[in-house]
Design a binder for this molecule. Structure first.
Ligand code: NDP
Length: 456
């Protein structure tokens, strides 16, 4: 009999939220012998599977064929493309997402997790209510994720958010995207490739705050070259809809735009509404995120929180790891803390941008003396035609130790390449180690092991 049951609780562990972090914690804890229940108010899978990473990446693949068809012509293929069936693609995607969601529930059941349906509300340090039914557990994990956030703009009801974007039955011909973060940039690129006229409204002059500035600016230039229009240092003041469903936007500086869709990509917020956190004295920060210590423990010692609801690093693999560590610490006598260094990330723009380690701005801020190596080129694949799809690679090396402390890449396959090099950075590889590594030729990745001269 597991410990929680001996303590007279229904379960050892009760998890609220069936997304990446919740499902990982549930299965890991159950595999370690805990009696686990999980609840979810929507379908199982969470943001990543249902309204984020997975459908987004499918749309990136789908839209990229436009480039591939063009490139194929340079290799002698005689291709005629008769348009794209958006609704067929949406339905096909939806089928796969339903399959994945079902798989999540099945995997949980196979791990002997009790799978419940409904919104869980914390009613005390050891209790969760779903509607009128109370469940008790020795420990609870809050893994409810986040949801899209928009500023209050006049006419905001005429706009859609990233969740609604995936439900669109028709591709917008002309669209404004507000925000130049992960979502704004990814949606802009994929819609541009599908053939929409895309405008991005950002309140600064560059996209992707927090990324290496040079890499972000390089990507922005490529996006402009691909036909995306940027409205920088701008805010949307109002949106109105006319009788033909056209949207009229007023921006600052007397600029107006007429489009058929406005997508808000201005960030996400922790989804703590109606969770009952106050019943267990769980504190949240000024952004509404659940406060946790380095073991993901909230201000109520029996309750933990993982993933986007804690607003630490809002990436699926991070939520998975946080969930796994809580389970290991609770049921396998470990004392593991999450390490947020060297977490690789990618923006699935076209071309994609991927990164691991520090940006040049972070290295400067820390007062580290460093060298920068860069490489910029047209990949072999594009040399037979005249399109200027280019690649940029950047390496930052700490002078004192010779360690490679940052890698940034904008170009085809960047996420696949950076994922591999992330292991090297995690292991503390030096520039010498990179120099002694043999490249794979011809590839773009080999540039990272053949960079010879630091930038002056
Ligand atoms: P981000 O935080 O990445 O970007 C938000 C954007 O909205 C920024 O350009 C920001 O501008 C702008 N913004 C914020 N507030 C306002 C405002 N009041 N008025 C106008 N503009 C505003 O959020 P996203 O929504 O793009 O993505 C949310 C999170 O989801 C990401 O941070 C990431 O963690 C995750 N995600 C990860 C992906 C991946 O791994 N590939 C893909 C998609 C999402 P400014 O820069 O000026 O602050």
């Amino acid at each position: 009999m597991s410990k929680g049951i001996m303590d007279n609780y229904d379960f050892d562990l009760f998890i609220i939220g069936g997304g990446s972090g919740g499902v990982r914690s549930a299965r890991w804890a159950a595999n370690l012998g805990a009696k686990v229940a999980i609840c979810e108010e929507d379908r199982y899978g969470g943001t990543c599977v249902l309204r984020g990473c997975i459908p987004k990446k499918m749309m990136v693949y789908g839209s990229h064929f436009a480039d591939d068809f063009d490139t194929a012509k340079d290799f002698g293929w005689n291709i005629s493309v008769n348009g794209h069936d958006w609704e067929f693609f949406r339905e096909n995607r939806e089928k796969e997402l339903s399959r994945l969601s079902g798989l999540y529930s099945n995997m949980l059941e196979k791990s002997n997790v009790t799978v419940l349906s409904g919104k869980g509300k914390v009613t005390g340090p050891h209790s969760v209510d779903i509607k009128d039914k109370r469940y008790t557990a020795k420990n609870i994990i809050v893994a409810v994720g986040g949801r899209p956030w928009s500023p209050s703009i006049e006419g905001i009801e005429h706009t859609i958010n990233s969740n609604q974007f995936f439900e669109l039955k028709k591709r917008p011909e002309k669209v404004v995207i507000n925000g130049g973060g992960f979502i704004g940039v990814e949606f802009a690129c994929l819609l541009n490739h599908f053939g929409s006229e895309v405008h991005i409204v950002i309140r600064r002059d560059t996209i992707l705050r927090g990324f290496d500035n040079e890499a972000a600016a390089y990507l922005q230039k490529q996006m402009i070259a691909a036909g995306i229009t940027f409205h920088c240092h701008q805010n949307i003041l109002s949106v109105s809809k006319d009788s033909k469903d056209l949207l009229h936007l007023k921006l600052e500086k007397d600029i107006t735009l007429e489009v058929d869709q406005v997508i808000m990509a201005t960030g996400r917020e922790p989804y703590t509404e109606g969770l009952g956190l106050e019943a267990a004295n769980i504190q949240v920060d000024e952004a509404g995120a659940v406060k946790v210590n380095e073991f993901s423990q909230t201000t109520c010692p029996s309750i933990y929180a993982v993933g986007d609801v804690t607003n630490r690093m809002n990436l699926t693999p991070v939520a998975l790891q946080e969930g796994m560590l809580v389970a290991e610490n609770l049921y396998n006598k470990k004392n593991w803390k999450m390490n947020y260094e060297h977490i690789p990330a990618a923006v699935f723009s076209q071309p994609p941008l991927s990164t691991v380690g520090m940006t040049e701005e972070q290295v400067k801020e820390k007062g580290i003396s460093y060298d920068v190596y860069t490489s910029e080129f047209r990949p072999l694949k594009y040399t037979l035609g005249d399109r200027q799809i280019r690649t940029f690679m950047k390496m930052i090396v700490e002078k004192s130790s010779g360690k490679v402390v940052g890698l940034h890449m904008v170009g085809d396959d960047a996420p696949e390449i950076i994922q591999g090099f992330a292991v090297a950075l995690k292991a503390g590889a030096t520039k010498d180690d990179f120099d002694q590594t043999i490249g794979i030729h011809p590839s773009s990745a080999e540039e990272f092991v053949t960079m010879k001269t630091p930038r002056k």
